[in-house]
Design a protein around this ligand. Structure first.
Ligand SMILES: [Zn+2]
Length: 235
């Protein structure tokens, strides 16, 4: 079904399509048409066409460097695609080389975040949008991708600062989208169906990482309660 014939019964067609938004509207094979219709229905649907503020980040303290828009596509997650996964990657190179690769339109891939060995976090794609990081369309649409600076065969690259910062980031993502903190939902690129990538590799300490994510989640929840109380907006 294409754009043809959307004339007189256009309104009815839009109404029907609006009902399945959040399902697989785009899978009807008329993604462009659906997007056009969504654009006109923004007032009916929560979250559609959320504004992109230049330089805005989804994680406090991250620095923003925009990836080439050839390496991701616009979406309105979690309203069009639910997010229920974090995918852990390793860059196989320096932080700078990863940033350059994601800025390169010919690279055809990029993740939302890169965590450096020093624990600094760079965000290159908004969580609203679908980053091409997993090599699998379904997994890209439902996940946030986090790169880690280093090489899979160099365990010394995975520093304490990196684990701690990445765990704080993942804890935030899990809290924001109500993602369970377990190995079903926090996975390595190697676990994505159809991939030939091996990252994060055998030296990535999953037990340690999940423990840190849980601890960071608890600390963030406590901070949230304290902040609410201090503001006098509690209850
Ligand atoms: Zn990867």
């Amino acid at each position: 079904m294409g754009a043809k014939g959307a004339g007189e019964d256009g309104d009815r067609r839009i109404g029907r399509r609006a009902l399945i938004v959040g399902g697989l509207a785009a899978a009807a094979g008329t993604a462009a048409l659906a997007r056009d219709e969504l654009g006109r229905l923004w007032w009916r649907l929560p979250g559609v066409d959320k504004p992109r503020t230049p330089g805005a980040v989804d994680f406090a303290g991250a620095r923003w460097v925009a990836a080439s828009d050839a390496n991701w596509r616009g979406a309105d997650r979690p309203d069009d695609f639910g997010i229920d996964m974090v995918v852990v990657h390793v860059t196989q190179g320096s932080l700078d080389s990863a940033v350059k690769a994601f800025q390169n339109p010919g690279h055809k891939a990029a993740a939302h975040y890169i965590v450096g060995k020093d624990g600094r976090i760079t965000q290159m794609i908004r969580e609203l949008d679908v980053a091409y990081h997993a090599g699998n369309r379904d997994y890209n649409e439902r996940s946030v991708g986090i790169e880690h600076e280093g090489f899979v065969d160099r365990p010394e690259d995975f520093t304490d600062a990196m684990y701690a910062a990445s765990a704080r980031l993942t804890a935030r993502i899990c809290a924001r989208y109500d993602i369970p903190v377990d190995r079903e939902h926090i996975i390595g690129h190697v676990e994505v169906p159809g991939t030939d990538h091996t990252d994060p590799g055998p030296h990535w300490d999953w037990n340690r990482y999940l423990k840190l994510v849980r601890r960071a989640g608890t600390a963030q929840a406590d901070q949230g309660r304290t902040a609410t109380t201090a503001d006098g907006t509690g209850g």
